[in-house]
Ligand binder design. Structure first.
Ligand code: ATP
Length: 511
């Protein structure tokens, strides 16, 4: 099945099974804003727990905070967001659709890359074991031509971005003959900068009201609390501050479901280090974060680092962790070496000293910062994209979400085989005993096969069936979601078997 079809099915599945709903759906929805349903919120909470504990529990020198969404407006002046948090946008005059100019060009680059990859795949099939990819890349005429095209376009694009040259971005779109996917025409407007921050007013009277912004990232809440946390927590450099919270961006192109939203949630950690050591810490956090992703077991080949073409004004190194979504490799997380930019800016704008007194050096300095920043929603989509499977069984088809057990919304379903003979009561008793440890679900409706399918569809790793043998010897069957294997075990063993599988411990051991 084509990857786009799988993605469409996944989106439909998310709605059908209570993971994600369009916001304000009964009013025809609100663009790029989504709500999480009964299963979605559990998965989302588990992702946040995995991140939070991996930061705050596993690192003695990382602590958390929860700062307000509303902040003093000067913060956004100091951070550069008022003047420079822009995307280059371009409109198609026929369809009236708006696009990000950089994204149109990136898609063009991806098309060329696809062509190269297809040639390589074809040749790999033809030559079998004897295929030498490097040699093929260096000698095949079509691959060489496309590689040259890619390099030329890539260099031109990177230069235009670095120079902030909007005319050149437009010229690239014209020269590459990029068409609007809706109208199919090349009737483009100029490229303009568009600020992504939402603003509102605080205060009661129009005169006295102050324009404030909905934060476009959670990081600034950490920077402005650096001194508070360092002093009250008696933190010694190097140390980190972690935070999970909502962020808002008025995205121009808000497509691909929850991949790009206007209201979303971020998990960010700012790590404060001694100047000059930041690139070592950058490498360390790159490794730690990649391990965090790969520990989930979705295949190391599906992740890669993407080094930034254009460094943000505050960074001296930056990479993205990319995952192979059904629509291609895309960013899930950014890791940035932000230098002392933010703290120095806040020193300047607030007039307060934001320093660290280093007892070893016997001097004060503005710390440098390495940031790890990941979107909860994007991570959610990554987990579901990786977990969604359609499996052909002997005389049936099943859709199963192979979500790692520690992240699964429901850990076990308890199912009485029939609604009589005291079996429902035993099932309820099992839930009463286990509900403090695990999220459990009771289900007695329909055939056992249908009930298994329903649990597969929401990713429940264990189904426990109470049958006629249970009243005799206190044994039940436990069915494993991924293998569909069933085992007879004693009720008293359930807590141990399930507890081991759903604990984050095994993941943490890999980070
Ligand atoms: P992109 O290039 O996709 O716009 P970005 O580089 O602007 O993302 P950052 O500012 O580095 O993103 O934000 C860190 C993380 O926050 C991203 O890796 C992503 O997971 C998440 N994120 C950013 N913007 C959005 C959004 N509009 N919707 C959902 N998640 C987002």
């Amino acid at each position: 099945m084509a990857q786009e079809d799988i993605f469409k099915k996944l989106v439909a599945h998310c709605k059908e099974y209570g993971f994600v709903f369009q916001s304000s759906e009964i009013y025809d929805g609100l663009g790029a804003v989504y709500d999480y349903g009964q299963n979605g919120v559990e998965l989302k909470n588990n992702i946040k727990k995995y991140w939070w504990e991996s930061m705050v529990l596993l690192h003695e020198n990382v602590v958390g905070i929860d700062s307000a969404i509303f902040m003093h407006p000067t913060i956004w002046k100091a951070s550069g967001h008022v003047d420079a948090f822009n995307d280059p946008l371009i409109d198609n005059k026929d369809s009236k659709k708006r696009y990000r100019a950089d994204v149109l060009i990136e898609e063009q680059l991806a098309k060329i890359e696809d062509k190269i990859n297809k040639e390589i795949e074809k040749a790999a099939k033809r030559f079998g074991d004897t295929f030498n990819e490097q040699q093929f890349r260096e000698t095949n005429q079509r691959v060489l031509e496309n590689q040259q095209k890619w390099d030329a376009l890539h260099n031109r694009f990177a230069k235009a971005l670095n120079d902030g040259n909007l005319d050149e971005l437009r010229q690239i779109i014209v020269d590459e003959e990029i068409v609007c996917p809706i109208s199919g025409t090349r009737n483009w407007t100029e490229v303009r900068q568009f600020n992504l921050m939402f603003s509102t007013e605080m205060g009661s009277t129009a005169d006295g009201a102050q324009k404030i912004y909905l934060r476009p990232e959670t990081a600034q809440g950490i920077f402005v609390n650096y001194l508070n946390v360092q002093k009250t927590g008696r933190m010694k450099i190097p140390f980190g501050i972690a935070q999970i919270g909502k962020a808002f961006r008025n995205e121009i192109v808000a497509r691909q479901f929850i991949f790009r939203m206007r209201e979303f949630e971020q998990m960010e950690m700012q790590f404060f280090v001694k100047p000059g050591t930041e690139l070592d810490w950058f490498e360390k956090w790159k490794t730690t974060r990649m391990n965090w992703h790969q520990a989930l077991g979705f295949g190391t080949e599906n992740y890669r680092f993407h080094v930034h073409e254009k460094l943000a004004h505050y960074a001296n190194a930056a990479v993205d962790v990319e995952y192979k979504f059904p629509f291609g490799f895309k960013e899930v997380e950014g890791i940035h070496s932000r230098t002392d930019f933010d703290l120095s800016q806040h020193e300047q704008y607030s007039g307060k000293k934001i320093r660290y007194f280093d007892p070893e050096l016997n001097e004060s300095y503005v710390p440098f910062v390495v940031e790890t920043s990941i979107g909860v929603d994007r991570m959610f989509l990554q987990v579901l994209s990786a977990a969604y499977c359609e499996e052909q069984l002997e005389n049936d088809m099943r859709v199963v979400l192979k979500i790692p057990p520690m992240l699964a919304p429901i850990k076990l379903a308890v199912l009485p085989l029939v609604k009589k003979d005291g079996l429902p009561e035993i099932a309820r008793q099992i839930i009463d005993d286990l509900k403090f440890e695990f999220n459990c679900q009771y289900d007695e409706k329909d055939s056992i096969g249908k009930r298994y399918r329903r649990q597969d569809a929401i990713g429940t790793p264990f189904c426990v069936t109470v049958d006629n043998q249970t009243p005799e010897d206190n044994s039940v069957t436990i069915r494993y979601r991924d293998t569909m294997e069933q085992k007879r075990v004693s009720i008293s063993e359930l807590s141990g078997i399930i507890g081991k599988q759903v604990s984050f411990k095994s993941l943490f051991a890999k980070i």
